[in-house]
Design a protein around this ligand. Structure first.
Ligand code: HEC
Ligand code: HEC
Ligand code: HEC
Ligand code: HEC
Length: 148
């Protein structure tokens, strides 16, 4: 009896672990990326993206409403203020472990997005005040020096 219970517990634990590995990625916030990507974080902090929620709320031209957060926040969530890392790179809960991050294929499989023109187009959609923008990696944040 005791044995069956133990075995049952073990199976439940394995199933739980398995579902953890395939969990849908969730947003963790820019602060969590900072410890490993300081250059990108500090320079991103100087861009308008970092202050996009404040700017929308302070607008005298348009009335702020929840719909603004689709582009003026991360994951449409006011608590995730600004166009943060994950608005371009995808939610990081599954790719953030160092072992996953070091392996690009694994990281991408875990939800990491390497941004392209389509990423920008999601918000810079060419309508109303959201003019279209040409993809340019040099304006989003500074990049680490290429490895020698
Ligand atoms: C525990 C440290 C760590 C954390 C936390 C972390 N990363 Fe990474 N990341 C790395 C390492 C190591 C690499 C691979 C070497 C490199 O490119 O710096 C990497 C690579 C990357 C790359 C380049 C992938 C490629 O090969 O082109 C991106 C983009 C990235 N990380 C974004 C993020 C974002 C966004 C977050 C937060 C959601 C994050 N990382 C959190 C350590 C981390
Ligand atoms: C479809 C995405 C999208 C939506 C929805 C959106 N915006 Fe924007 N907004 C942008 C983009 C992209 C820019 C940057 C435009 C540029 O400079 O090319 C911008 C710029 C702005 C600016 C200028 C900020 C500055 O630093 O000068 C203000 C203010 C603003 N938006 C307010 C709002 C408000 C308020 C709402 C809701 C009523 C809203 N936006 C909805 C994408 C959006
Ligand atoms: C989640 C939505 C979102 C995504 C994705 C996004 N942006 Fe933005 N971007 C904004 C908003 C909102 C603003 C306006 C911020 C402000 O002025 O307060 C903005 C502003 C900018 C600005 C500053 C414009 C100015 O008037 O100075 C540049 C440059 C820019 N984005 C480039 C890019 C590029 C390049 C990409 C793709 C790699 C991109 N953005 C992806 C929402 C987004
Ligand atoms: C507006 C979109 C956007 C935002 C916001 C953004 N990135 Fe990036 N990121 C890019 C683009 C574009 C590249 C270059 C992709 C390529 O290689 O073509 C990049 C590349 C990277 C890389 C690869 C190494 C390098 O420096 O090129 C890392 C690491 C990274 N970003 C981390 C971050 C972190 C951390 C944040 C938040 C603090 C962040 N990014 C915010 C668009 C963005």
């Amino acid at each position: 009896m005791k044995r069956t219970l133990l075995l049952g517990g073990l199976i439940i634990a394995i199933v739980a672990l398995g579902s953890m590995a395939t969990a849908a990625p969730t947003y963790i916030g820019a602060e969590k990326c900072k410890m490993c990507h300081k250059i990108q974080y500090e320079s991103w902090g100087q861009t308008k993206h970092a202050k996009a929620t404040e700017a929308a709320k302070a607008s005298t031209e348009w009335k702020f409403e929840a719909a603004c957060l689709t582009c003026h926040a991360t994951n449409k969530d006011e608590a995730m203020a600004g166009v943060q890392c994950e608005a371009c790179h995808g939610p990081g809960s599954e790719y953030k472990p160092i072992a996953v991050m070091k392996d690009k294929a694994k990281a991408v499989a875990a939800g990491l997005v390497i941004p392209t023109q389509a990423t920008c187009d999601g918000c810079h959609d060419g309508k109303e005040h959201h003019k279209a923008i040409t993809f340019d990696a040099t304006i989003v944040h500074a990049h680490k020096a290429p490895a020698k």
